[in-house]
Design a protein around this ligand. Structure first.
Ligand SMILES: Cc1cc2nc3c(=O)[nH]c(=O)nc-3n(C[C@H](O)[C@H](O)[C@H](O)COP(=O)(O)OP(=O)(O)OC[C@H]3O[C@@H](n4cnc5c(N)ncnc54)[C@H](O)[C@@H]3O)c2cc1C
Length: 400
């Protein structure tokens, strides 16, 4: 039985904790937030097949959707509809709550409102500080430490493990989202579909979205992935962009139920080390997120499932952690595949460049092309499975 501490109880950390506790390990799962509803930042849209493969319980599905809607830089609206459901939008707070409950039921010691800080990393174990509220802290010694702190990569950074390099820099997208209480009339234009606003007229270096939830609620958000040299990522600017969209689409009178935001970040080539000594990273901390659609729940969960299966039969020696990291890295790359890598390049090309009339024109042509050549299921396979080559003539120049 290993003593394992997982820092971060998002989808990756909570899922891994449950697996490892069920396998008989002594698992501590700590998160700095004290309630699953605190900053429930994720829009949490998933494809139907992924929601089923990952066995995400229906009680977390806030809505199902069967269409795509894109509003192009000129304000033209395009729609693609399927007869069956194409995906779900999760209630992220409820999803996190369920993951926490499942972890506790499997025997995980869940520490809420506790920030983890690395004290000492050794090849065969680690010492950490667990900071509680009111300045209290306790020390723990563990065999394996997992960084599941998302885009913060808190423990990797504290251990001095580079999270990127000049060959493969970390790209960062900032997003803000509000949950609005709409009514049958004001939500009609947005129900049953995922809607995206594309073009620098709406958001420079990014995009806006409106996703439906149950009870006529809407998630409305904006996200920006500017080139590193740009100053376009300040949060107050994003809030202003969001308010502008609400006015444009007549949603500014809807009561705001929640305001939240977060960061999605990843390297594109994913060359970085996924840990060192007895530390290993999963989820967004391991650059699993897809920057094209700001989407990462399924990859975070997959990385947790993968690490859990590789951890079976580990002895906990320095040599075995190193070997484990090597096979984890290798399997992660081969399971998520080449297309997962392509999407990062496509994201960089698309969002960095979306800042001028020329870029808007290219985007409008791309959307028009898709409206002629693709149906709703094709769009899902394009955005969730990265089947770019079917639209090669227009899309591949973005990728390469
Ligand atoms: C605005 C926005 C919209 C998104 N929309 C979608 C979407 O529609 N679909 C989708 O699939 N993905 C989406 N994502 C991405 C998705 O939410 C993430 O990829 C996913 O949450 C990653 O899971 P994770 O467990 O790796 O990290 P996180 O969910 O980020 O969890 C990390 C946890 O670590 C905790 N933590 C951080 N530092 C410490 C510390 N030192 N000690 C203890 N705890 C710590 C944090 O409080 C947090 O709870 C979106 C992201 C953003 C920002």
């Amino acid at each position: 039985m290993l003593k394992i501490l997982i820092a971060g109880a998002g989808p990756a950390g909570a899922r891994l904790a449950r697996h490892l506790a069920s396998a008989g390990h002594a698992v501590v799962l700590a998160d700095q937030i004290s309630s699953p509803a605190t900053n429930a930042f994720s829009s949490a849209a998933l494809s139907q097949s992924e929601a089923e493969v990952l066995r995400i319980p229906r009680q977390c599905w806030s809505s199902v959707w069967s269409g795509w809607q894109v509003i192009d830089p000129r304000g033209l609206e395009y729609q693609w509809w399927a007869t069956d459901s194409l995906g779900v939008v999760l209630d992220f707070a409820q999803f996190r709550a369920l993951l926490w409950q499942e972890a506790e039921r499997s025997g995980v010691e869940l520490l809420k409102g506790c920030r983890v800080q690395l004290k000492r990393l050794r090849s065969e174990g680690a010492d950490v500080w667990i900071h509680q509220r009111h300045g209290h802290r306790q020390e723990r010694r563990v065999d394996l430490l997992v960084d599941a702190t998302g885009s913060r990569r808190a423990l990797l950074r504290q251990a001095g493990i580079p999270v990127d390099s000049s060959r493969d820099p970390l790209l960062t997208g900032h997003g803000v989202e509000w949950i609005l209480q709409a009514d049958p009339k004001s939500s009609a234009r947005w129900r049953d579909r995922l809607s995206f606003l594309l073009g620098s007229r709406w958001i420079r270096h990014g995009y806006g979205w409106v996703f439906p939830m149950d009870g006529y609620r809407l998630k409305v958000g904006v996200c920006r992935l500017p080139p590193p040299s740009s100053k376009a990522s300040d949060l107050s600017g994003l809030q202003r962009d969001l308010q502008r969209l609400l006015i444009c689409f007549d949603l500014n009178r809807c009561p705001v139920l929640d305001r939240h935001g977060g960061v999605v970040s990843s390297t594109v080539r994913r060359l970085e080390n996924l840990g060192g000594g007895s530390l290993i990273a999963i989820g967004d901390a391991a650059s699993t997120a897809n920057l094209l659609g700001g989407e990462g729940i399924r990859y975070a969960i997959k990385s947790a499932d993968l690490l859990a299966s590789l951890l079976q039969d580990q002895q906990g020696s320095a040599k075995s952690w190193q070997k484990l990291r090597r096979s984890y890295r290798h399997t992660l790359h081969s399971e998520l595949g080449r297309r997962w890598g392509w999407s990062g390049r496509l994201a960089q090309r698309t969002w960095f460049g979306l800042k001028s009339e020329r870029a808007d024109l290219r985007m409008s042509r791309l959307i028009e092309g898709l409206s002629k050549r693709a149906d709703a299921a094709d769009l899902s396979s394009l955005f969730f499975d990265y089947r770019f080559e079917r639209y090669g003539l227009r899309l591949l120049p973005y990728v390469f």
